[in-house]
Write a protein that binds this ligand. Structure first.
Ligand SMILES: [Zn+2]
Ligand SMILES: [Zn+2]
Length: 477
């Protein structure tokens, strides 16, 4: 079986050119949340060519799709994101900030690589099942709108992940490591204030300012911050100030709030209190407040069983080697990025074994952290991901793959710029192999899925997943 697994994993190299060209094509056609028609179309075509049964429009999202191959248990899910970020357009392979098109989107989170890496793993697993006439199912999930849309939350609400036994994914980044930490649950809610317009000098008493209400709400929330648990975050953006003329009392204003906490219960409580503040502001100003629930996501429920499977594969697959040109390019990119605490530093500081620390030490000063890092202790990350909603439905694990020079900040122009480089391609193929190997381990050893399920039940305490997005909330396309 070991040999057959090795053959399957090397299928990723056999289709390497196709995968790199698909990733570059996504990079060339960056589209933001729920509008990823190019990516969805490309995956649909390629999945069909490979003999997968394609389903579209999952969770009420036109660009969400799945491709299924095989039958019976276990069912393996491979999660592929492909959305870009607004305003992040940037030319590839250069060392200065220069958009391809001013204001256009760009792949600042590497999701062009993410989606195609997961797709590559799905193809390798499919060919493995086919060649060895084995039972089992592999599903590639095309997951839109990770950035700001919680696409997987809507898909989970639609029961898309109900029958999956193990889900795997990855994220492009600066290290090769298993991503063990839990993340923050969140709610995103729009608040709209309605007042009464009036001449601000002649008849101020007749006006009721929606802008005042919004400002008071924001001030109230600043005071609230002192009295919330430490694992809480509250962010906001004013999306409409109600106008640009100070001589008119503003009769409308709008803000979008993003509330995060370590658990959904924590977010729910935060939401209740922010709502009270909003109502208080409306009362004070005699305006009306209306709220619109945009989206939500759950915290990640880690699976240490699947994390161990991924770690084994992370160490078994040879990590990419780089040419002197690639190393020189990586150093040049690093110079443009400035310094600050990196993800590598964060993992290193959580490391408590001498032997593991040595594995970090050898990589510390390299411009590309390419060697597999040891399995870290479970921790809590101050980020959110809609992978959380998958993880409450089936055991889920993910890795980070090195696709960029060390020390770059995610969502920066540098990340877009390196997204078509040979470094990015190598990291994507490596991640695809690790995911394929992990999936094959679950397919060929029934005890893995059973143990992962047992662990999941233990962690949830038998609590059933309830999607944090209310039934009547539609994806805002
Ligand atoms: Zn991102
Ligand atoms: Zn991302």
């Amino acid at each position: 079986m070991k040999e057959r697994k090795g053959e399957a994993v090397s299928e990723v190299d056999a289709i390497g050119d196709l995968l790199c060209s698909m990733s570059d094509a996504l990079w060339d056609h960056p589209q933001v949340k729920f509008r990823e028609t190019y990516a969805a179309g490309l995956f649909e075509t390629k999945l069909q060519e490979e003999g997968f049964a394609v389903k579209k429009g999952l969770g009420g999202i036109p660009t969400a799709l799945s491709g299924t191959y095989g039958s019976g248990k276990p069912v393996i899910g491979l999660l592929g994101e492909f959305d870009a970020l607004p305003g992040m357009s940037q030319e590839a392979g250069i060392l200065t900030k220069k958009p391809v098109q001013e204001g256009a989107p760009g792949h600042g989170c590497g999701h062009n690589l993410l989606g195609v890496g997961a797709f590559g793993a799905a193809i390798a697993v499919k060919r493995f099942l086919e060649k060895n006439h084995l039972p089992g199912t592999v599903i590639f999930f095309g997951c839109p709108a990770e950035e700001g849309g919680s696409g997987k939350g809507f898909m989970a609400r639609d029961h898309v992940f109900d029958d999956v036994d193990a889900a795997f994914t990855w994220h492009p980044g600066e290290v090769n490591s298993v991503s063990v930490s839990s993340t923050m649950a969140n709610y995103q809610v729009r608040y709209r204030f309605y007042g009464k317009a009036s001449h601000a000098a002649m008849a101020p008493e007749r006006g009721r300012s929606a802008l005042d209400a919004l400002e008071l709400m924001n001030v109230g929330v600043q005071f609230l911050r002192e009295h919330v648990p430490a694992d809480t975050r509250i962010h906001y953006a004013i999306t409409d100030t109600g106008g640009f003329a100070p001589g008119i009392v503003q009769d409308f204003s709008e803000a979008v709030y993003l509330m995060r906490a370590g658990s959904l219960d924590g977010v729910r409580e935060l939401y209740r209190r922010v709502n009270l503040v909003a109502q208080g502001a409306a009362t004070m100003t005699e305006t009306k407040v209306e709220e619109q629930f945009i989206k939500a996501c759950s915290n990640i429920l880690p699976s240490s069983r699947l994390n161990r499977v991924m770690q084994k594969n992370l160490e078994a697959v040879p990590a990419p080697a780089y040419s002197s040109e690639e190393l020189a390019y990586a150093r040049a990119v690093q110079k443009t990025a400035g310094s600050g605490k990196t993800y590598f530093d964060q993992l290193y500081s959580a490391c408590d074994s001498e032997k593991d620390r040595e594995r970090f030490e050898v990589q510390r000063d390299l411009p590309l952290h390419a060697g597999a890092l040891p399995l870290a202790k479970e921790s809590f990350g101050f980020v959110s991901s809609d992978v959380g909603d998958v993880s409450w439905n089936c055991p889920t694990a993910q890795i980070n793959g090195t696709t960029m020079p060390a020390g770059l900040a995610m969502h920066s122009w540098q990340v877009v710029s390196v997204g078509k480089s040979s470094i990015a391609h190598k990291g994507m193929l490596y991640a695809a192999k690790v995911m394929a190997g992990s999936a094959i381990d679950v397919l060929t050893d029934p005890s893995v899925a059973a143990e992962a399920k047992e662990e999941m039940d233990r962690r949830t305490g038998g609590k059933k997943y309830v999607c944090p997005i209310p039934e009547d909330v539609k994806p805002q396309i």
